[in-house]
Design a protein around this ligand. Sequence first.
Ligand code: PA5
Length: 449
Amino acid sequence: MKNINLSIENVYKFVSKETILEYKDDVEKKIKSLYNKSGKGNDFLGWLNLPSSITQNEIDDIQSTVDKLKNKLDVVVVIGIGGSYLGARAVIDVLSDSFSSFKKKSNNPQIVFAGQNISEDYLYELRNMLSDKSFAVVIISKSGTTTEPAISFRLLKADLEKRYGKQEAKNRIIAITDKERGALKNLSDKEGYKTFVIPDDVGGRYSVLTPVGLVPIAFAGFDIKQLIEGAKVIEKISSVEIPFEQNITAVYAATRNALYSNEKNIEIMVNYNPKLHYFAEWWKQLYGESEGKENKGIFPASVDFTSDLHSMGQYIQQGRRNIFETVLSIEKANHNIIIPHDDANLDKLNYLAGKHLDEVNKMAELGTVLAHVDGGVPNIRIEIPQLNEFYIGQLIYFFEKACAISGYVLDVNPFDQPGVEAYKKNMFALLEKPGFEKETLEIKEKIKK
Ligand code: PA5
């Protein structure tokens, strides 16, 4: 069985192999500090052994909870934000049929998301859509106090109770939260919701392989066991005893830090399959929140090619030369389409007749890499044999591990996010939340000027 693969030949024109190798000792030291828990944020390392430590009982509990409920459902609303949202959305989007919401018959409920914004229109339209659907809610919040999901949950809980009565509403709510603290935990205990625990030592953005990701993914009908099996493979082949050169997480971390030291401070994640759009959103949160602090860090961005070659392509080819790309390259498409011959050939496409669409896509990919490297954009490539649960599990663990190593090389704590509090403090002050009286006076004074 193949695994995902990393290829960095297209960065050597910008940073040499020797320069990347100079990171070897430091990266190995950082990996050791992850394993012996001596680095920054070491009380948030539960994700490191997550794939291999999940028990069959835990998987069975998730699967049987989902199986018991899903047959009576048209829609599951997954409520959460940030790390309590993006992992599930990424995996479900990668694995779903792009047009599944138009399919008449499905054994699985549609998954929709809420609590990731505070838009009145979004919530209105969501509730409107749910008004003639049989639905359930999965509410996910580690702290149990985050404003965005709490608002959505208050509304949808009331809708469920109005429609089905308290008892049946209770059967249609699953809460994923801290094992003992927080408003959501207290509410769940009071109402008697089925709950799953987010481990204390796993932060939001590293939590996709806990119930945070696994419950929604199981509701969407995907094989959570295979996802975990994939992650387990990378856990094994990137562990502390694997030499630097063979450890793809170590080499990726070293390469991006070498590029960063060489003025490349923006990393663009590139895909040639729109199913990976939300995977890049998950990756942006993982790397942005983990590394962007203390006035440091690579800015994570993303594009969907070839669509964005017709928009961002211009900048990437000829704009400021401070970017590098990391391409998610899928070896084999899951479906086949051959371009047909057309006698009139008015579109002049007969030179492509008989070719797979994927062959054209691959040539667009190769042509773009060559053009961007020529134009001054280093290119890292991650080869994915196929889009399925197993390889997405591999990718998830690969990026998590590489992110932690990379953050340590940058000498930041990759497991905290103190900067996220600033907007919350202002928002609470502006909304006059009890406890924020002093901040309210200060902010009112500030905006008066
Ligand atoms: O990665 C993180 O820790 C954050 O993005 C959180 O997941 C996000 O803020 C949501 O927090 P919570 O799960 O406590 O509602």
